[in-house]
Design a binder for this molecule. Sequence first.
Ligand code: THU
Length: 152
Amino acid sequence: MSDFKSRNNTLDETEVQTLIRTAMSVRDKAYAPYSEFKVGAAILCSDGRVFSGCNVENAAYGAGICAERGAGMQALASGSQEFTAIAVVGWKDDTDEGDRGLSYPCGICRQFLNEFTDGSLRVYVARSPSDYDENDLASLLPHSFGPKNLED
Ligand code: THU
């Protein structure tokens, strides 16, 4: 998919909504029989491509993986290593629309995302295309440790 004109972190409203819709759509594919908490994520990369992922749980609980990292893996495997924006949606299926809280990326996912952005990554945590919080990753992961720390 390459229908985003944004190559930096200034998405217009239509693009934000498209990214959220993509995350909502992949959320339907989540494999979450244990928590019943389905999550979908869509990552826009600097080349304009969008990659999506859902959480995939496992009977050995610790072997499960979050939606955000699933989406990131897709991007990396397709050759995109620079993340510009991410949309995340998550809730239990039996939750009323009005009761859906926002599902922010977990700590491990914040650290994972930090590897592939400079901290200006836009993070849209949404209940619907028109109801979302917007942050940059730097505010969700202050004083982060990243690739720059390991430079000579
Ligand atoms: N989960 C995600 O996919 N992303 C997050 O950032 C938070 C948690 C998933 C993991 C697990 O399958 C379910 O949500 C409940 O924790």
